[in-house]
Design a protein around this ligand. Structure first.
Ligand SMILES: Cc1ncc(COP(=O)(O)O)c(C=O)c1O
Length: 980
């Protein structure tokens, strides 16, 4: 037989089934070929007639080789730029065992608490750390970045305007001492809500101005200055204003925390807690506020509750309070956040502990003080008396500034160059006294600073070690932190590598992720995150670049952006891309803001009505109201499709002020609507544009496209369709792709030029969002090529239909297309079992854990159902195993229906079963231990034990507690102390 010299193709690693199995599955569902199945599933009038133009696929090894070359185009300079981004040391034990570990990064958002106790504990560590450091009692489990966290504070205050005095107030004051990107993100969020943003010196603000409702300060300021805000905050609050402070979390180990100064909210980023700069992200933003604002705080909060055995357990608290669930009443659309990065920042706190963090902060501050002394001895003056890590140094002229810049660049050093003649120098964990020495020699070499010798070096000698002698932390009392923080055991037990490694492993083992089994979450698309795609993530050429570094140092990144944008354009059929939005929901907001700018540009600013189908994800209406739109809901018919008559009626009714339709395609019901082209045409006819929610884009790639169906702009969830892992609930990326007519309005940035000619304000703090995770999606497309991507879509549809057909005999399936086919996902209806066996979707979800599976999406878009999306990456064996589990559960329901199983005391109601309960001496259930733990044979050989029994959600919400549980609480039966 002749030898096949072609190397292995990645396609066969990404797709879970081989050609023989594909044939078997096709035959099982009664389709003669994949082509026939596609013809039966995807409407003819939207099928692509030509191939998507992408490069030929590459092997994993060739790709990584070539990508190394691209990476080498990025130049790593020492960064002193600051502005919210700092070099940091990711502890190696965390780097390898969390950031580079699929056990952590492939998990989903911890909605199923019983199999997510590990990351829930990691997140509550994060919350406790943030609350302690900021001096505010309640912290959420991360936001997208500092800029959006500040904007969330503004929105929260706006929604809460207190007392008659402030009810009609519309002005939000932002200190000019805030980072420029924060100011712009806040402005961008304020504009559509008709909030006026006033930027200035807070010292000159009239806090009694009746138009004012809130204030944002920065601590330390962007120029490094540290001031006591207590008096100002007190005066502002006395007038009914609310005050937020954007704070550097590390500095708060030394400085009086803003919470103790009376701030209502403290926001910021946790990037310098061990998370690489990554050219802008991803990093976890944080948000801390007053305990009594618990129903207002944006994002997710993790709380404590008890399980069926009475043990303290963690869970996501107050979920009905989550903003996007409130749809058009929401003030925020945050959904995917930055869980993995919050987990890392929390672990950084655990590993270093309060003492270690303080020592890091002291060293950083010490370096700044030594530098200050050295500069003084060279005759330079530093602008502020009190600072943490950043010095603002005045130079005599722009010529000196340029001279310094040239010398610094020659030594591969980036400083911050202010618009006036000053420079900024921000120290971080990575720097040491030798770096101070090097910097001082740069200043000493400036003309006029000393006599130069032949080599251009100054002969002004400054001995940094001598300068360092006697340097201490001595802030005035009002700025000196006296309160303790992070006293909980978890921050004081794991400071050696062995202990830390084992702690990480203990938590990892409590979580079910893609390393265990298929996670068939409809709409969430938990597909393979291949190792080759993940490898470049931690290459220093990507992770160690400051987002505001000179662009010629980031040539590799820019090459990547250009190539990646071309890929996205090819796949969507559109002409313009913005890589800025950090999540799908942020993409929705960005896309709607570009639509708004487009209408305004045409003199049609009054176009503010956005039509949203009632089946839409909650972020759609939430984003629309954030973009200043009026939401009009259109109905779906009994087949789950948008009702074209209702849509036409609504469009006609609002023809004067129609701005947009938001539509998910295929629909959230898992169907390719036949009328989609017509729907888009109607919207266009009445002057609106079409925003396509890209959550289901993985059912389109290669077969159809948003441009083909007639949309104008869409976001792409790179964490769904394009293989960025979910990270336990983030990071994500939601770039928007649009037609040429929207290109001028794509988001800009105040520090780095990007976006269109008439760009809307920045959507994210960083110009290209979470740039360092883009290699994952880029790699996926390079490895797959057009053929691979199209095949992936076809197999995703095949797998969904295979599961649908196998399960249909046992469960009612809601909604299919004209030919009875599902798209890439489908909904099984569990509502009839409430009547027949008192079994609800939650019981099935929890029982699936006993079978080793994470539940499919529960109760979205239809309450009481499960939405199943298998993806293309699962093997036939895994699909069959899932079916067997679902069928066995149906049998268990049937046993209840027939009276063969107790109506209350049965495996479904008691699920999940922990090792503790199954092994206990006492077992008093009418079914056996074996039925509880090993209902199918495969479980005897490979069993994932849920860490805790059924979590009591109501108890947790009634007794809200959002910080770490004291260790003693784990002694048997003790319940968590409630805060209220
Ligand atoms: C249909 C749909 N739209 C929007 C979103 C929001 O996307 P993200 O979580 O990335 O913000 C989701 C999230 O699951 C979704 O399923």
């Amino acid at each position: 037989m002749s030898i096949n010299f072609n190397k292995e193709r990645f396609l066969h690693r990404h797709i879970g089934t081989n050609p023989r199995q594909i044939r078997e599955m096709l035959s099982a569902i009664g389709a003669s070929s994949l082509d026939e199945l596609m013809d039966q599933t995807v409407p003819k009038n939207i099928r692509l007639t030509r191939e998507v133009e992408l490069d030929e696929p590459m092997s994993e090894y060739r790709f990584l080789e070539e990508f190394r070359e691209l990476a080498s185009e990025n130049k790593i300079f020492d960064s002193y730029i600051g502005m919210g981004y700092h070099e940091t040391l990711t502890p190696n034990v965390i780097l390898r065992n969390v950031l580079e570990n699929p056990g952590w990064y492939t998990a989903y958002t911890p909605y199923q608490a019983e199999i997510a106790q590990g990351r829930l504990e990691a997140l509550i560590n994060f919350q406790t750390m943030v609350a302690d450091l900021t001096g505010r009692e309640l912290a959420n489990a991360s936001l997208l970045d500092e800029g959006t966290a500040a904007a969330e504070a503004m929105s929260m205050f706006y929604a809460m305007r207190r007392g008659n005095k402030r009810k009609g107030a519309h002005t939000f004051f932002v200190s000019e001492g805030c980072h420029p990107q924060t100011i712009e993100v806040v402005k961008g969020r304020a504009e559509p809500l008709d909030i006026e943003v006033m930027v200035g010196d807070h010292g000159e603000l009239d806090v009694s101005d009746p138009e004012l409702f809130g204030i944002l300060l920065q601590y330390p300021g962007t120029d490094g200055s540290v001031a006591d805000y207590s008096g100002f905050i007190e005066a502002a609050r006395a007038q009914g204003n609310q005050v937020a402070v954007a704070a550097d979390l590390l500095s708060l180990t030394l400085l009086t925390p803003p919470g103790e100064m009376g701030a209502d909210a403290v926001v910021g980023t946790t990037q310098r807690f061990g998370v690489p700069m990554g050219f802008g992200g991803p990093h976890a933003g944080y948000f801390a506020t007053r305990e009594n604002y618990k129903r207002k705080i944006p994002g997710r909060i993790i709380g404590v509750s008890k399980d069926a055995e009475g043990n303290p357990v963690y869970r996501m608290a107050l979920q009905t309070r989550e903003q996007h669930i409130r749809r058009e009443k929401a003030t925020s659309n945050i959904c995917t956040a930055q869980v993995l990065l919050a987990v890392i920042a929390g672990f950084y706190g655990v590993y270093h502990g309060p003492g270690g963090l303080r020592r890091i902060a002291e060293r950083i501050h010490g370096l700044a003080r030594v530098m200050h002394r050295g500069l003084q001895s060279l005759g330079f003056s530093v602008e502020h008396e009190h600072y943490f890590d950043t010095l603002k140094v005045r130079l005599e002229s722009n010529a000196r500034k340029e001279e310094l810049k040239k010398a610094a660049l020659a030594r591969q050093i980036n400083l911050r160059y202010f618009e006036d003649t000053s420079v900024g120098i921000a120290f971080d964990q990575v720097k040491d006294l030798d770096d101070v020495d090097q910097l001082l020699s740069l200043f000493a070499g400036l003309e006029g600073a000393g006599d130069e010798s032949d080599d251009g070096e100054s002969d002004l000698q400054v001995d940094v070690r001598q300068l360092a002698e006697g340097v201490t932390v001595d802030y005035p009392d009002s700025l000196t932190r006296t309160s303790s923080y992070m006293e909980h055991e978890v921050f004081n037990l794991y400071h050696t590598e062995h202990e830390m490694l084992r702690y990480l492993k203990v938590l990892e083992n409590r979580d079910l992720s893609l390393v265990h089994s298929m996670i068939s979450l409809g709409s969430c698309t938990m597909k393979l995150n291949a190792t080759a795609e993940m490898i470049p993530l931690t290459w220093p050429e990507f992770s160690s670049i400051h987002p505001f570094a000179p662009q010629d140092q980031a040539r590799g990144y820019h090459l990547l952006f250009e190539k990646f944008k071309e890929q996205l354009k090819a796949v969507t059929g559109f002409e313009a891309v913005s890589l800025q939005p950090n999540s799908g929901a942020q993409g929705e907001f960005a896309g709607l803001m570009t639509i708004r700018a487009y209408h305004r540009h045409r003199g049609e600013e009054h176009r503010r009505v956005t039509i949203v189908p009632d089946s839409a994800h909650g972020t759609n209406p939430a984003s629309a109201v954030m973009a200043g739109m009026e939401v009009v809901v259109t109905q779906c018919d009994e087949h789950g499709n948008i009702d074209p008559d209702d849509l036409r009626e609504k469009a006609e009714q609002h023809s004067e002020d129609l701005a947009a339709l938001m539509v998910t395609y295929p629909s959230t019901h898992g169907v390719f609507e036949e009328d989609i082209k017509e729907i888009c045409r109607v919207v266009h006819d009445y002057g609106g544009l079409v925003y396509m929610d890209g959550a289901n884009m993985n059912a389109q790639v290669g077969l159809t496209s948003p441009a083909e169906i007639g949309a104008d702009v869409c976001h792409l969830n790179l964490h769904k369709t394009f293989c960025i892992p979910h990270g336990g609930g983030g990071p994500g990326m939601g770039p928007i792709v649009a037609t040429r007519q929207l290109e001028p309005f794509l988001p800009g940035h105040p520090v780095v030029s990007t976006g269109g000619g008439q760009a809307i304000d920045a959507i994210s703090a960083a110009p290209w969002g979470s740039a360092s995770i883009l290699p994952i999606s880029y790699a996926y497309i390079k490895l797959m090529g057009n053929e691979g991507l199209t095949r992936a879509t076809e197999i995703a549809i095949l797998n969904a239909n295979y599961l649908k057909d196998r399960l249909e005999e046992h469960y009612p399936v809601l909604y299919t297309g004209q030919n009875g086919r599902a798209a890439h996902e489908f909904i099984v209806d569990l509502r009839p079992f409430k009547q027949s066996a008192n079994v609800e979707s939650v019981d099935v979800a929890k029982r699936l854990m006993d079978y080793g599976f994470h539940a499919p999406t529960m109760s979205f878009p239809v309450p009481g159902t499960l939405m199943i999306e298998p993806t293309e990456s699962e093997s036939k064996a895994e699909l069959d195993r899932f079916c067997e589990a679902m069928i066995a559960i149906r049998e268990e329901i049937r046993a209840i229906e027939k009276g063969a199983s107790d109506a209350e005391d049965n495996p479904l109601k008691n699920a999940p079963h922990t090792m503790r309960t199954v092994m206990a001496s006492v077992w008093d259930h009418p079914y056996s231990r074996e039925e509880a733990a090993f209902p199918l044979d495969y479980l005897r050989f490979d069993k994932f034990w849920p860490a805790v029994s059924r979590v009591d959600d109501a108890y947790g919400d009634r007794n809200l507690m959002c910080s770490c549980v004291p260790m003693e609480a784990y002694s048997e039966g003790q319940q968590p102390a409630a805060v209220d």
